[in-house]
Each structure stands twice: as C-alpha cells, then as structure tokens.
Design a protein around this ligand. Sequence first.
Ligand code: GLU
Length: 445
Amino acid sequence: MSAQITTRFAPSPTGMLHVGNIRTALLNWLLAKKHGGRFLLRIDDTDAARSREEHVAAIRADLAWLGLHPDGEERQSARFDVYEAAFQRLAAAGRLYRCYETSQELDLKRKVLLGRGLPPIYDRSALALSEADHAAKAAAGDAPHWRFLLDHETPITWHDGIRGPQHFDPRQMSDPVVRRADGSWLYMLPSAIDDAEMGVTDVLRGEDHVSNTATQVQMFAALGAQPPRFAHAALLTGTEGKLSKRLGSLGVDELRAEGIEPEALVALLARLGTSDPVDPALDAEALAASFDLARFGRAPARFDEADLTRVNAAIVHHLPFERVAHLLPEGMGAAAWEAIRPNLTQIGEVAEWWRVITGPVEAPAFDAETLAYLVEAARVAGGLDWAADPWSALTGALKETTGRKGKALFLPLRQALTGMDHGPDMKTLLPLIDKSEAVARLARG
Ligand code: GLU
C-alpha cells in the first residue's frame, strides 16, 4: 500500500457500543496499525434528537478500555457548514433534487410496484416538477426533502477487500434521500463528504452497508473525490446462527462485569470470521502485524460467549503482574500473582486464593491417623528454612519418616494448609504462606 492509510470508526452516539460495533472499531484499528496508518474516531451525531453526550463519553471510554486509541476525533455536528457547502455545489450541478412525497405516498408507490412484481424503486416523479411547481409548494409552506440523483449511465463497481468484485446497476436503485424537509441530514452524504475530506483511504464496515456503498461510490464521483477502498465484513451471529437480541446489546460494561479482559475480546474479535485460529498469546500489536483482509470469509461470523470465556482464561494465565497490580488485593505481590493466575478463569477470582494465603482457612475434619500425620508435618515444617523450597523439603522429609506417598502424602497437607482439595501448585503456594501461619494450620489439623 502506497500513501499512508487512514481508517475510521464512525458510530452514531444513539446508544452503547455492542459487540458488532466493537468488532468494526477493532478491525479498523488493526488495519491502520498494520500499515502504520491513522485510526480516526468520527462521531456521527447529525441526528441531534437521538444523539446523546453520555453515549459519546461511553464510546470514548469503551475504546480506551479496549486499547484502541484514536489518532484523531471528529464530530459531524461540528461540520454542518462543510456539508452545506458541498450540498450547494451538488445542487448547483443538478445532482440533488427536491421531492415532496410523504412517507405514506412513498409506501403506496412501493406497494403498487411490489404488487406488480417490480422492484420498489423511486420513480423520480419529482424530477418533472417545474420551478413554478416548486414555488407553489413553497407558497403552501411545503418544504422539500432532497434526493441524490444517481447517474444511470455509469455502472457502479468496486473491488471489495473482503467480498471481491462488486457490481451494481444504478437503474435498479432508488435515488437516496440525503436531507430531510427540516434541513437535517441523513447519514449517507455527510459520511461520504467526511471520508473524502478527512483523507480516509479505507472504509471497513459491516455488510449491512454494502448497498450504501453502492450509492456512496457515486457520491464520491459527484464530489470530485477518489473513493476510498471498501471492505464489508460478514455480520456477527450468535450461537443460534442469527444476530440474537443479546448480541445486539452485549457491550463493554456487561463483559467487564463478567470478568472479561479487553485482551480477550480483542484476541477473539480480531480472528472471528477469518480462517485463522484465535491465539491468546498474540497481543494487539501482533494481531495488527498479522492482520489480513484476505483471511476474512463471507460466511457469518459466529460469536460464542463460551469461546470468549475460554480465551479470557487463557489470557489471564499469562497477564503480567504490572498489568493487574492495581486490581489485586492489598499487599499481594508478583510471586503470589504468578502462583495463583494458572487457577483463574477471571481476575476477580484472585481474592479467594489470596485469602487462602493470608488466612483464615477452614480445614475439613480429619481422622485420628491423619491428624497425627499433620502434627508430625507441623513439627517438620517448624524446622524448615522457608526461603528454600519448603514444600519439597517438607514432603521429602515426611515421605522418609512416615512412609506415605502419592495422595496420602500430599492431600492432607494441601487440605490442612489451604482448606481445599485442589488449587495452585503447593511448591509455589507454600512459601507465600507465612511460616508460623502454615505451622499453625498443620498443627491444628
Ligand atoms: N454512523 C454509521 C453507522 O453507525 C457509520 C457507517 C459507516 O460509514 O461506517 O452505521
């Protein structure tokens, strides 16, 4: 790729980001990073009635949590002058025209066409209106909405980074409404204007935008701009094979509350829908380096929360202490984190294991023989150098003196020391338990 590449994530702040939006943001970030390019956040807030500042703040916070830091932020609501100027140019060039049909009238037209087995394409009847007709409408207080006049003579084609060669016949498409009668903007034209003006080289979004792209290809041409490269990713589906209600609302807050780490979401979403396996060992930079649109298929990408939980556990097992230090119980150091992390499926579970180290722990009831064994263990432990692998020394000595081996040797010690039958490797765990506390736990049996 030649010139610097620029991608953008362009959410409308009308709600919280869900997994599908997060994936779009991530793929755009990866594409930009792979090429040392720029990743822009563009807040598509032309719809003042539905856009909310709290959602803008949440979008920024979610991206920050994911580590997807934008190289710039733009807001459409700050750019109405730019849209107005482009609008005037396109109108003067005859590429925009005024229409007055109500939505009921348009519905009826569509139904008639469909009833005749024809595609429901807008019939362009407003193009026949004369200036006198427009004047009469204005005099009657009837404001127009505006459509973009597709060029029927120029077939629409692009090479989609995921879907391959695309062809659309503009005659089979309705001229899109770009501006409402109240002067407000629909999404399509401002987006094309911005992509052109902001030097966006690559538009990567969900395949629900394919038909918008067909229209926007002509908008770029009408604006005298080179269209960006386009790629449309197959949509996410839930495990049932369709976009579930849950998936449509599942966002960062909930995932975070469930103990999912951003690294896990990134590792899974970067590879979903591709032929590459999810690799928890790859961080975001490594994922960017190996990012390749050609690996994405056209089949729907199945998002399974059970996969996410598994990836999360695998990630937690490798998180370095510095990454988690602020999330750990007071006083817990690197050695304790490293001993405990292989037993976690999420960081939140660490408190339970930290309590095993600090105490108090409750041991099960032992029989008399085991109690005697534990008393012997306490005696041996009391004489050990705690700085020099006390677990190997303890079990080695007890094997000699008691003749116990295997489970009979290890399990009562684990139970007395931790109150549990399973858990972190005792060799790493025991030195973390204060010596006198360990001796007391053994002696108490
Ligand atoms: N605001 C649009 C959306 O959220 C942006 C689509 C795009 O061009 O990426 O659907």
